[in-house]
Design a protein around this ligand. Structure first.
Ligand SMILES: CC(C)(COP(=O)(O)OP(=O)(O)OC[C@H]1O[C@@H](n2cnc3c(N)ncnc32)[C@H](O)[C@@H]1OP(=O)(O)O)[C@@H](O)C(=O)NCCC(=O)NCCS
Length: 184
């Protein structure tokens, strides 16, 4: 059963979300700073987090999508999450999504977490291509992707309407062979 899947990095553990993450998950996704460039407005319903955790567990088991909670080893706190979703098996591709508590920004944690997620995607799930769709104004997210080797591949106008705000998309892609070439 994949539910117990765990990924480890130098400072972090990535594991499927658990019921005990409920409050941290609500705090993460109700924070307007985190949700500024997300595909949905900040969460307001505290029950949403428990529901999401249940859904994530089912999705992991059914291999529909894979959301990992990011746990800081030093404190054992859940500080964010990252997800492999929109899997397309025939074409061996998926999208990634991610969010981190603002108190932990600028410490290289998301790059570290996504490094493990990419290895999982390419090696364990045998994907050939990963994609990210970000708001072009989200420069921190763009830098994080570029550091990992993602390449800017396109721009789509007015692709999202979030809380009434019309937003463009910057599209990024990473091929397995380019990622492989960066590994030592
Ligand atoms: C986008 C986001 C995930 C970036 O998280 P992050 O952990 O700060 O990103 P990185 O892992 O790339 O961190 C790199 C930064 O940490 C710094 N850093 C400090 N110590 C580091 C280390 N040991 N290793 C690497 N970088 C380190 C780097 O210099 C860099 O700073 P800079 O951007 O000023 O150059 C985070 O800002 C976030 O959650 N934003 C809100 C949610 C969001 O927009 N998600 C994306 C929607 S698609």
């Amino acid at each position: 059963m994949t539910y117990f899947k765990t990924l480890s990095t130098a400072r972090l553990t990535l594991r499927p979300p658990r019921p005990g993450d409920k409050d941290a998950l609500h705090a993460l996704h109700s924070d307007p700073r985190v949700m500024r460039y997300f595909s949905e407005p900040p969460w307001t319903d505290p029950a949403r987090a428990a529901h999401q955790i249940d859904e994530d567990a089912c999705a992991f088991d059914r291999e529909e999508y894979f959301r990992f909670a990011i746990v800081l080893d030093e404190t054992q706190q859940m500080i964010g999450n990252c997800t492999l979703h929109a899997l397309h098996r025939q074409n061996r591709r998926a999208e990634i999504g991610y969010a981190l508590q603002p108190a932990q920004w600028g410490k290289g944690y998301m790059g570290e977490a996504l490094g493990a997620l990419l290895a999982y995607a390419f090696r364990e799930r045998d994907l050939n291509r990963l994609e990210a769709d970000i708001d072009p104004r989200n420069t921190e997210s763009a830098s994080c992707l570029e550091r990992l080797g993602f390449v800017s591949e396109g721009y789509m106008r007015e692709r999202w309407i979030v809380g009434g705000e019309v937003c463009d998309s910057a599209l990024y892609g990473l091929l397995r062979r380019d990622w492989d070439a960066k590994q030592n």
